[in-house]
Design a protein around this ligand. Structure first.
Ligand code: NAP
Length: 460
């Protein structure tokens, strides 16, 4: 059974869903292709009516949408509501700004005149993860639908109700049949979608393994793709940081969404003069978190998204320890029903420990003590990932200099307020390529066409 809604708070199966038959699957691809032929010609204003209506409906029904997410993947209800509201803002942002972002751009050739125009590419296939069940969908639906493309979406197997709710949202907002289609399909069927000649681009957010599989397939088909993959972001604290400010962000950066965020702070790199004080405060704050029902506003530690996710994380921690890491805090599953993990701090993770290069997708922090700023940068860059990172210092100019030296797609100074509808999001190295959100996000799947006018004679 690929698609099942299981509440990680108590392990109860809420609903299961059948995968599409090949016939249903084919009908949905055909409907998407047919829809593109009319949607591509709609003016921006007509597209914006539907996307803006979806944004408004999402805002109106924020609580209903949030509850489905909390039931299916255990996100604490306050965070879930915040994600729904943010998803609504992303849709509204593109409804408002797409036309401006995609307006023709004048060029200045030596002879005649020229411009670049941006036209839609066609049906885009999106593969999305469970950790932000609506935000991930809004991040592709807002820009790409407004650009005139049409979407087929394969969401993660553990959030089928969120996937279906978002599709229904677009339908209620007035989307024509085939504009946004949720596909309950297997990985094998996903490969067939990538191979299908009607599909013109692929956007995937997920693990490096999934990225390699789908990007490889897209490459074989010479199709454009964007890959938003994992991360192991450095959180660098310099000796002139405001310690309490940094510790608050450290706790939030590691524990938001129970640590299941691609760009979460995962490697805490603190220079020697502040290391002991930072570690003491960080450990105290993590130890104070209390597991409970994610539906209860007062809960400070929710479950992981699923039992397999918890088992994998515990195994990773055990592996790290067997290769020499020390457990300063936590390290085990919590002895209670549900898929709960103790907030954990690992120290002494040496470069020869496989954990050094791993992504811990949950409440597990790796702590490193370094001599100085140069050592912090060297350690931050000693990673296969390159998604984001942050630095804490009272000297903003110093923070900016350090940010320029870290090899990632995003750097944050004195905060890790990762995502904003206006700001491009994405990474380098094993964290993938391409950007979502902002002006850059909407440019990923448009045909940049050169049009030149010059009344000149052909050379003899
Ligand atoms: P995952 O296992 O790679 O799953 C992500 C999506 O890819 C799911 O829909 C999954 O479907 C699908 N998938 C996986 N392997 C596939 C294959 N071979 N062919 C077709 N589809 C495939 O990742 P996850 O564990 O759910 O999510 C966590 C990962 O995503 C972390 O590494 C995290 O850092 C990364 N992430 C990155 C960003 C970013 O913007 N950079 C944002 C969020 C998460 P099934 O569920 O059916 O297997």
């Amino acid at each position: 059974m690929t698609y099942a809604s299981v509440n990680p708070y108590d392990g109860k199966t809420l609903k299961t869903f059948k995968e599409l038959t090949d016939q249903e699957f084919e009908a949905k691809i055909a409907a998407a292709q047919a829809c593109f032929e009319t949607w591509r010609h709609k003016p921006y204003a007509a597209r914006a009516i539907i996307v803006a209506r979806a944004a408004a409906l999402l805002h109106e029904k924020a609580d209903e949408f949030a509850r489905i997410m909390t039931l299916e993947m255990g996100k604490r209800i306050g965070e879930a509501r915040g994600e729904v509201e943010f998803s609504s803002r992303i849709l509204a942002y593109y409804a408002k700004n797409a036309e401006h972002f995609l307006a023709p751009k004048k060029l200045n050739p030596t002879v005649g005149e020229a411009h670049m125009e941006s036209s839609p590419m066609g049906v885009i296939f999106c593969v999305e993860p469970w950790n932000f069940p609506y935000y991930q969908l809004a991040r592709v639906a807002g820009p790409h639908l407004m650009a005139g493309n049409v979407l087929l979406v394969k969401h993660a197997g553990i959030v089928p109700q969120c996937a279906i709710a978002f599709e229904k949202l677009l339908t209620e907002a007035g989307a024509p049949a085939g504009l946004y289609t949720n596909l309950l399909i297997s990985h094998e069927q996903s490969n067939r979608v990538v191979d299908d000649r009607r599909i013109k681009g692929i956007a995937l957010t997920g693990s490096v393994a999934a990225g390699k599989s789908i990007a490889g397939r897209a490459g074989l088909n010479v199709k454009i793709s964007s890959m938003e993959l994992g991360g192991s972001d450095a959180f660098i604290v310099l000796e002139d940081a405001d310690l309490d400010h940094a510790v608050k962000w450290a706790v939030w950066g590691r524990m938001y969404n129970t640590g299941q965020t691609c760009c979460a702070a995962k490697r805490f790199i603190v220079v020697e003069p502040l290391a002991d004080k930072f570690l003491d405060k960080f450990r105290t704050a993590l130890a104070a978190l209390k597991p409970g029902d994610p539906m209860d506003e007062k809960t400070t530690l929710g479950p992981l998204s699923s039992e397999p996710a918890l088992l994998q994380l515990v195994e990773q921690v055990n592996g790290a320890v067997s290769h020499g890491a020390k457990v300063l805090l936590g390290g085990k599953r919590i002895d209670r029903p549900g898929s709960f993990m103790e907030p954990t701090i690992l120290t002494d993770v040496k470069p020869d420990n496989p954990a050094f290069r791993d992504e811990f997708f949950g409440p597990v922090a790796m702590f490193f003590r370094v001599k100085d700023e140069d050592a912090a940068v060297a350690l931050a860059n000693d990673s296969d990932f390159g998604l984001g990172g942050s630095v804490y210092t009272k000297d903003i100019a110093r923070g900016k200099r350090l940010a320029s030296r870290v090899d990632t797609g995003m750097m944050f100074i004195n905060n890790i307020d990762w995502s904003d509808a206006e700001l491009p999001f994405g990474g380098i190295k094993d964290s993938g390529y391409g950007r979502e959100l902002g002006d850059m996000g909407i440019q990923e799947f448009v045909n940049k066409k050169l049009v030149r006018v010059a009344s000149m004679q052909a050379p003899a």
